[in-house]
Each structure stands twice: as C-alpha cells, then as structure tokens.
Ligand binder design. Structure first.
Ligand SMILES: C[S@@+](CC[C@H](N)C(=O)[O-])C[C@H]1O[C@@H](n2cnc3c(N)ncnc32)[C@H](O)[C@@H]1O
Ligand code: SF4
Length: 357
C-alpha cells in the first residue's frame, strides 16, 4: 500500500481536522463523510456536491479504499453469497452474505491470512500476510451493500483472520461501523469472534461496547485445546473463563462460545459434561458448529445424531445452545478456502488448481 493517508479510516472529527488543514469548512467533512459511509461512494468522482478542484486535490493526497469483487458464488440452496474481494495491493479476502428472517448478515475478514495456526482452519494454512485496515473491513460491507442493493443489519467478524491480533484497527472499524453519522449498525448486531487472546479481550471489555464477543473454545481441557489451537499454549481455559466473566461484568453482554464438533476428538459424553461445567457459572450461549472438513487435514464432522445428542445433553442442564445452520453448504468449502483456491489458480493459470485435480 502506498503512503497516502487512508481517508475512509478517519472518523468524522479526524476528517474535519484533515479537511480544515486544506482550508475547507467543517461542513465539507460532513458531506464527504456521508458520501463515504452513507451513500457508499466508490470514488471521489461520485461526490458531486464537492468542487472538481477539491476532488482532484483529494485524489492526490488520499488513498480511497474501494475493494474490487473478483469472484461471487451464490448458493442454490439458501441464496448465501460468497464474495472474493481484491485489495489495492492485489491481496484478496473473502466475505459472506447471508439472509436470515431477522435481516441480512455479513461475515467479514479481519486479516489477509492468519498466524494463529488452528489445526482445522483453512485461513491459516499460508500464515499471515497482513492486517486489514479499518476501511478495508468496512468496505467489504459497503461493497456487498452496493452489489446486493440490500441493507445489512448484522455484521460478524468471523471470516479469515484473528481480530484481536489486529486490535487497534478492529476497534476503529467498530466505531465507524456503528457511528450514527455512518452506516449506523447497532452495536448489538455486531459479533466479534476470537480464538482467545486474553489481554486484548480484557481491553475490549474495558471499551464497554454493546457488541457480542464470541470465543472459539472448541475443547474443554487445556490438553485437548492445545491439540487443536496453538493459542492454548499461551492462555489457559481458566484465564479464558475469567476474562469472559469480566466481559459480561463490564458490558452486560452474554458471551457466545463457539464449539466446532470434530468427530472422535471433542464430541464425547465426557466433553459435553465438561462443557456444561464450564458454561454453567457464566452467562453464555453455546453455538455448536459441525466442523467443515478441509482437505489439508483429516478431521471429520461428527454425525448428525451425535451432534443432536450433544445438544440435548447441554439443554438438559438448561444451557442455551444452538447448532449453527450450515449456510451455503454447496458453495462453501471452509472459511478461507475460496481465497486459497483463487491464489493457487493465479499462480498456476494454465492448469486446474490442486483442489480440482
Ligand atoms: C475463521 S474464525 C475467525 C475468527 C477468529 N479468528 C476465531 O478463531 O474465532 C471463525 C470461526 O470459524 C471456526 N472455524 C474455522 N475453521 C473451521 C472449520 N473448518 N469448520 C468449522 N469451523 C471452523 C473457528 O474456530 C471460529 O470459531
Ligand atoms: S480459527 Fe480463527 S484464529 Fe484460528 S486460524 Fe482460523 S482464523 Fe485464525
């Protein structure tokens, strides 16, 4: 990325200061902010109530983030759409658009790749390339709104990347996304998912936002968790439970635990019992996710009966639990796979990707 200032990542106050330094009045900042974050303009050229001369000056001075759709897949089963967006440096990220009864939801990526190394996850297979800027996270949502012509009401940060490993940018993104002068998405309709970086979770709790924090738990003992998620070598389940309690105390928001069921690994009766013991003292909700197998690993999904029995066991102890609906099953591939396939095809344009061979 070049060194021009990223104008779409500035909040309204910062934009006012910025434009004032160019000799513009404060109301110009309001107009421009609206073009960027309400009217979702794709370039300075669309900002027709700003003078041509001023727009040219802005083009010289600022980077205007606008992600470019390079692939769109649509599910024939439920209309879920998966988008692959190209960033200004040629990297690509994926985002997903899902329609629910309660509104449209977008799942965005927070990094190009991920360095956390979770064993079942395709997003981490090539490591971390770089963090996404606030504007690159926002523009995934803006681009999907422009393309679908439908309002997004829910945002989940559950695509590629570990948001707590890109903390400052995520925080800025959350403020811009929920700003009443911008897209004005309710904080309560935003979920951020983390593999469990305890100090950052504590920092987020201190922000006292009304967003939902989802913890990817996936195992009930440190030993089992270490086998699935390297981050478990850094932070224990005890520390995770403490910080989840703290998050609830600070925000009043119920925590979500994500628990991907992997056949024969974390789906036994004993696992269910241990999960109940962890969940019971906390105000939480458990989201059971049938693991989505990736070809690079040999994990298998628990069978449907097993998943239902696991759920029943938790419910019998009055734990709030849902099984995540598998949206876009026919286009899916696990999170991170579309980007991976695209990159492989770009590197090997004459042949089929390894996946298709
Ligand atoms: C891709 S991560 C991104 C957010 C954050 N890094 C995290 O780990 O929570 C979002 C969720 O997808 C889950 N996930 C990743 N790969 C999966 C797979 N192959 N099958 C099912 N869930 C998966 C993760 O464990 C996590 O709960
Ligand atoms: S599950 Fe989340 S933290 Fe783990 S590798 Fe995937 S994206 Fe990264």
């Amino acid at each position: 990325m070049d060194s021009k200032k990223d104008i779409k990542s500035l909040n309204l106050e910062e934009l006012k200061t910025e434009l004032e330094s160019m000799g513009e009045k404060a109301f110009r900042a309001k107009q421009m902010y609206e073009w960027m974050h309400v009217k979702l303009a794709r370039s300075f050229d669309e900002m027709t109530n700003l003078s041509a001369k001023f727009r040219e000056q802005c083009k010289e001075k600022y980077e205007y983030t606008c992600v470019k759709p390079v692939r769109i897949q649509e599910s024939k089963i439920d209309g879920t759409k998966k988008f692959l967006f190209e960033l200004s440096d040629g990297n690509v990220v994926e985002s997903v658009w899902m329609q629910y009864k309660h509104g449209n939801s977008v799942c965005i990526s927070s990094q190009v790749g991920c360095r956390m190394g979770c064993r079942f996850c395709a997003s981490t297979l090539d490591g971390l390339e770089r963090n996404l800027t606030p504007s690159e996270m926002l523009d995934q949502i803006y681009a999907i709104t422009r393309l679908t012509q439908e309002r997004v009401s829910n945002v989940v940060v559950m695509g590629t990347g570990e948001p707590m490993d890109n903390y400052d940018n995520i925080l800025k993104f959350l403020h811009l996304l929920t700003d009443e002068n911008g897209l004005n998405i309710s904080q309560r309709n935003v979920t951020v998912s983390t593999c469990g970086i305890v100090p950052r979770m504590r920092q987020l709790a201190d922000e006292k936002l009304q967003i939902t924090l989802a913890l990817s738990l996936h195992a009930t003992t440190d030993e089992k968790r270490r086998k699935l998620m390297p981050i478990a070598n850094r932070y224990s389940i005890k520390e995770l439970m403490e910080v989840c309690r703290y998050y609830f105390e600070q925000t009043g928001r119920r925590i979500t635990f994500e628990y991907s069921l992997v056949g024969g690994v974390n789906d036994t009766e004993e696992d269910a019992k241990e999960l109940i013991a962890l969940a019971k003292p906390l105000c939480c909700h458990i989201n059971l996710i049938p693991v989505n197998p990736i070809k690079e690993r040999d994990f298998v999904q628990s069978d449907t009966g097993h998943i239902q029995a696991f759920k029943n066991k938790l419910e019998s102890k009055k734990i709030h639990v849902t099984i995540r609906r598998e949206m876009g099953r026919d286009i899916d591939g696990a999170c991170g796979q579309l980007r991976r396939r695209h990159t492989q095809e770009m590197q090997n344009p004459d042949g089929l990707s390894q996946e298709e061979n």
